[in-house]
Design a protein around this ligand. Sequence first.
Ligand SMILES: NC(=O)c1ccc[n+]([C@@H]2O[C@H](COP(=O)([O-])OP(=O)(O)OC[C@H]3O[C@@H](n4cnc5c(N)ncnc54)[C@H](OP(=O)(O)O)[C@@H]3O)[C@@H](O)[C@H]2O)c1
Length: 272
Amino acid sequence: MTQLDQHVLDEHSPKGTALITGASTGIGAVYADRLARRGYDLILVARDVARLEALAHRLRREYGRTVTVLPADLTDPAQLATVTAKIEAERDLTLLVNNAGMSLSGTLTTSPLADVARLIALNVTAPTLLARAAGLALSRRGGGAIINIASVLALAPELIDGTYSATKAFILNLSHGLSHELADKGVHVQAVPPGATRTEIWERSGKDVNAFPPEMIMEVDDLVDAALVGFDRGEKVTIPPLQDPRDWLEMERLRLGLASQLSRREVSPLYA
Ligand SMILES: NC(=O)c1ccc[n+]([C@@H]2O[C@H](COP(=O)([O-])OP(=O)(O)OC[C@H]3O[C@@H](n4cnc5c(N)ncnc54)[C@H](OP(=O)(O)O)[C@@H]3O)[C@@H](O)[C@H]2O)c1
């Protein structure tokens, strides 16, 4: 068998089942396409059943995979529980893509209370409980992976809105911790913080993505393809727009190095 034959076989051989949240459009829908092409069966989660069914139909036809639609509003605890139950019950599950998310049209003090609560339910509570369910199930079954979609705004709370940013900083921290916790269980955890990417999230939150200079906006196919290159390399964090990794790697080195200074009996002379 040639190397090319092996590559084609690897690309299309069965990979188990991936559950993708927020799969009806945007980043999640592109993950669905790419993962089906790679040989995964899929469970697609979002609220818009018609869109999920249309995508499932296309993926079954184009790639011959088994694609299940699981409609759920992940801000609703009962519907979220049906998705965690599916993760626990689906014996072939090998991958969770924790992608569904929203942003606010205002800030913490200018947005309606209900919107802030929904943001936290969708961007924090749901991915945490889904990652917990997948972490437990995959560890028990001997391995798999979790991809958590964060945002570069996790690193820049001053740029647009600190509340959305805080939910994404939570996802980044959750990923670091979970990656550490599950490493010896064969479960790989990757955080993907996209920069501005052309999807509906902008208009859904009353913003015009075209107000940014075009060179700041990544196309959604490019974003997902790059994130999957990082996934294949076993990266813990993949930042698709990052041109020069040196500052990021230095920041991570400093963050990890700071640990030895962070808990002491003595008060720092700075505060004596
Ligand atoms: N686009 C960007 O510039 C950008 C940058 C950084 C990070 N991100 C992150 O990337 C992820 C995907 O965003 P996107 O840009 O692809 O946004 P999008 O195009 O608006 O898609 C969001 C997805 O989440 C689903 N969703 C929304 N509310 C939901 C709910 N209550 N329950 C279940 N599903 C829900 C939507 O489907 P339904 O409406 O059918 O439920 C849709 O499938 C998000 O976590 C976002 O924060 C995006």
